[in-house]
Design a binder for this molecule. Structure first.
Ligand SMILES: [Zn+2]
Length: 269
C-alpha cells in the first residue's frame, strides 16, 4: 500500500458538511482523520447544534441546554479527528429541510468561497438512514456546490454499509449490554444504509477506527450505556466501522477527484 504521505493530499482542503454534531464521526470519521494525517486541512460545517436530540444521561445537561453541550462535544470530537476548523451553525434541529433554506444555501456557498475546498463530502440521497435533516443538508449542499458550475469542487456522498449496525447490536447484546431491541438514537439498526445507492469507491480506515470510535464517544449525550457502540472494542469496531463508502456526485464539473486516492474502486458505473 502506498503511504498516504506520498499521495497528493498535503495542503489540500476537504470540507465536510453535515447536519448534527456526531454525524461527521459516524459517517466518515475515519476518512476525515486519515485526510488530516495525510496533511489535508479538514473543515467541518455542521448545520445545527443538535438541540432536539436524545440525552443519554440528564446529568450531562444540568441546565437543559443540550445544544451548548453538543457544541462542546463536537469540538472534542473534531480535535480527536484532527479537524482544523469547525463551523457550527444554529439552524433548527429537526427542521433543516424546510426552515431557513436560502440562508443555509448561502452559508454553504460562502464557506466554499472562503475555504476553496478541493473536495466536499456530505450525505447521499438516503441521508444515512432517511433522516430528513440529513436529506435536507444533502439537498442544500448539492445545490450550493452545483451553483459553482464548471468551477465546482468535486462533491462526494457518503453512505453506510447495510447490516453493520445490526451486527454491532448483536455483539453488544452478546456481552450483556444493549438489549436485543436496542436502537441507535431510536433508529432501528436495519435502517442504516437501507436503500442507499452502491458506492463507487470505499476507503479502508481500519487503522483509524480507534480514533473514529473515540470521536464518537466524545458525543457523550448521544452514546450512553444502552448504545451498542459503548460496548464494542477497537478490534470489533474495525470489522464494522473500518470501511467508509463514497460516491461522486453527478456534476458537470470535472475537477480532479482527490478522495479517490485513498480509495478502492468498487463499481465501474
Ligand atoms: Zn444527524
Amino acid at each position: 500500500m502506498v503511504s498516504d504521505s506520498l499521495l497528493p493530499l498535503a495542503g489540500r482542503t476537504v470540507l465536510g458538511i453535515f447536519a448534527h454534531p456526531d454525524d461527521e464521526s459516524l459517517a466518515c470519521g475515519g476518512t476525515l482523520a486519515r485526510l488530516a494525517d495525510a496533511g489535508a486541512r479538514v473543515i467541518l460545517l455542521c448545520a445545527s447544534h443538535g438541540e432536539a436530540g436524545s440525552i443519554s444521561d440528564p446529568a450531562l445537561v444540568p441546565d437543559g441546554n443540550l445544544g451548548a453541550v453538543r457544541a462542546r462535544e463536537l469540538r472534542d470530537a473534531a480535535a480527536v479527528l484532527g479537524i482544523a476548523e469547525v463551523i457550527l451553525l444554529d439552524h433548527p434541529d429537526g427542521d433543516l429541510r424546510w426552515v431557513q433554506v436560502p440562508e443555509l444555501h448561502q452559508e454553504i456557498v460562502a464557506t466554499i468561497l472562503r475555504c476553496r475546498p478541493d473536495a466536499v463530502i456530505t450525505f447521499a440521497e438516503d441521508g444515512l438512514y432517511w433522516h430528513l435533516d440529513h436529506i435536507g443538508v444533502h439537498e442544500r449542499t448539492f445545490t450550493a456546490v452545483r451553483s459553482f458550475g464548471a468551477a465546482a469542487p468535486p462533491l462526494y456522498y457518503v453512505t453506510m454499509q447495510l447490516g453493520v449496525m445490526r451486527e454491532m447490536v448483536d455483539a453488544a447484546h452478546g456481552k450483556g449490554g444493549a438489549p436485543p431491541d436496542s436502537s441507535f438514537w431510536g433508529i432501528a439498526p436495519d435502517a442504516f444504509g437501507d436503500g442507499a445507492k452502491p458506492p463507487t469507491f470505499v476507503i479502508d480506515v481500519r487503522d483509524w477506527v480507534p480514533r473514529k470510535l473515540a470521536a464518537l464517544r466524545c458525543h457523550r449525550t448521544q452514546i450512553g450505556r444502552n448504545n451498542p457502540m459503548a460496548w464494542i472494542d477497537d478490534d470489533e469496531a474495525r470489522q464494522w466501522l473500518g470501511v467508509e463508502q463514497f460516491r461522486r456526485a453527478p456534476l458537470e464539473a470535472t475537477g480532479e477527484g482527490i478522495l479517490e486516492h485513498l480509495g478502492e474502486i468498487q463499481h465501474a458505473d
